[in-house]
Design a protein around this ligand. Structure first.
Ligand code: GLA
Length: 412
């Protein structure tokens, strides 16, 4: 026998390293991710998969609703660059409802001439000139939720118009759709977008009414799982839900998310003023660990330092954007205390210790809950404190303030 001759010491060293690797059993999520991450089918196109990680960007609705104009969109695009948002990964600048004017004599949709006098093409060009991508909004019904012209009956014509304008992302709403079949309506627009030959991320906004997670992965890249978010911690408010309610609706859907197709628990409210900074940090942490699209919904041009520190926390963004593409889930809950886990590349785990209660709470976990061997010595990084905690094995616990979240990455 030649070649492979090892000393006892080498064999021991190799053995420990291999044993460590082999001893980390994959979680069900990691196994599922391995399948999802396998080469995409011909239709998806290996080199062309859009939204391989959850889309990131900004959308006008949560802050401005229908009070939008081209000046706000330009100012936002500028601020995306100067604030560092673009460089942190926020890519799409999306105009939500109410940009529309009327259809012209040939049926082509036009922009509201008062609010968007330069037209949408010029605005898209401006956004692109900033190194950002441009998104727009329409609706599968005859009218949008804001009463503007919808795309029903004009799907191919609108898709063509968007492609001519340079649209990179379409959010497609579900108001005024009557008895339309959701899967058919969204598939029609999906086909129309594809027929343009332009890469357009397709965001389904059907509020989870027809279980879009079951049929949307082949239709679009993200789908809303709930009604609208509102800038409140908890409860139902007219047609909208607080952050905690949305979290509880979106969490069980984790098996349906993966590269190119994501559950969308709606856009961020961080910085809009309805929550405390502690609650906003939890909101952002939960969206990150749920592999949710990170679409900021505040006024980027006037945001304060606390808001910036949340939206620009690159360590937390990295958890959201991890290439394994697995949606994290709640692995333990007792009363108001919760532990969430998201498997990451390299056998790492993101952990979220979340306290919903009004009093400080001790929250802890064992390595077994993470599918780690108990003796595995593990590095621990705190992503809000931006510091390494002492490496350890077996278990970890900490006291978490009311409504707060500790977000960690464990690395064997
Ligand atoms: C619906 C959507 C929101 C927003 C508004 C616009 O409510 O769910 O996200 O787009 O319409 O009118």
């Amino acid at each position: 026998m030649t070649g492979a001759v090892f000393t006892v010491r080498q064999i021991f060293a190799l053995g420990v390293a291999t044993a460590l690797l082999l001893a980390i059993p994959a979680t069900g999520q990691e196994a599922a991710a391995a399948q999802v991450a396998a080469p995409p089918s011909a239709s998806a196109g290996a080199a062309k998969m859009l939204a391989r990680t959850p889309p990131m960007g900004w959308n006008s609705w949560n802050k401005f609703a229908c009070n939008i104009d081209e000046e706000i969109i330009r100012r936002t695009a500028d601020a995306m660059v100067t604030s560092g948002m673009r460089d942190a990964g926020y890519e799409y600048v999306v105009i939500d409802d109410c940009w529309h004017g009327t259809r012209d004599a040939d049926g082509f949709i036009t922009a509201d001439p008062k609010r968007f006098p330069s037209g949408i093409k010029a605005l898209a060009d401006y956004v692109h000139s900033k190194g950002l991508k441009f998104g727009i909004y329409s609706d599968a019904g005859r009218k949008t939720c804001g009463g503007r012209p919808g795309s029903q009956g004009y799907e191919y014509q609108d898709a063509l118009t968007y492609a001519r304008w340079g649209v990179d992302y379409l959010k497609y709403d579900w108001c005024n759709t009557g008895t339309r079949n959701a899967e058919e309506a969204y598939t029609l627009m999906s086909d129309a977008l594809r027929s343009t030959g332009r890469d357009i991320v397709f965001s389904l906004c059907e509020w989870g009414n027809n279980k879009p997670w079951l049929w949307s992965p082949k239709v679009g890249h993200l789908w809303r799982t709930t009604g609208d978010i509102t800038d409140k911690w908890e409860g139902k408010h007219d047609y909208s839900w607080g952050v905690l309610n949305i979290v509880d609706m979106n969490e069980p859907l984790w098996p349906y998310a993966g590269p190119g197709h994501w559950n969308d628990p709606d856009m961020l409210e961080v910085g809009n003023g309805g929550l405390t900074d502690t609650q906003y940090r939890s909101h952002f942490s939960l969206w990150a660990i749920m592999a949710a699209p990170l679409i900021a919904g505040n006024d980027i041009s006037t945001m304060n330092e606390a808001t910036k520190a949340i939206l620009l926390n690159k360590e937390i963004i990295a958890v959201n954007q991890d290439a394994l593409g697995v949606q994290g889930r709640r692995i333990w809950k007792e009363g108001d205390r919760e532990i969430w886990m998201k498997p990451l590349t390299g056998g790492r785990r993101a952990l979220l210790l979340f306290n919903r209660g009004n009093a400080p709470a001790v929250i802890g976990f064992d390595w077994e809950q993470l599918n780690y061997p108990p003796k595995l010595r593990t590095r621990i990084r705190d992503l809000w404190l931006h510091k390494n905690l002492p490496a350890r094995a077996q278990s970890y616990s900490a006291t978490v303030a009311p409504h707060a979240s500790h977000m960690l990455v464990l690395e064997p």
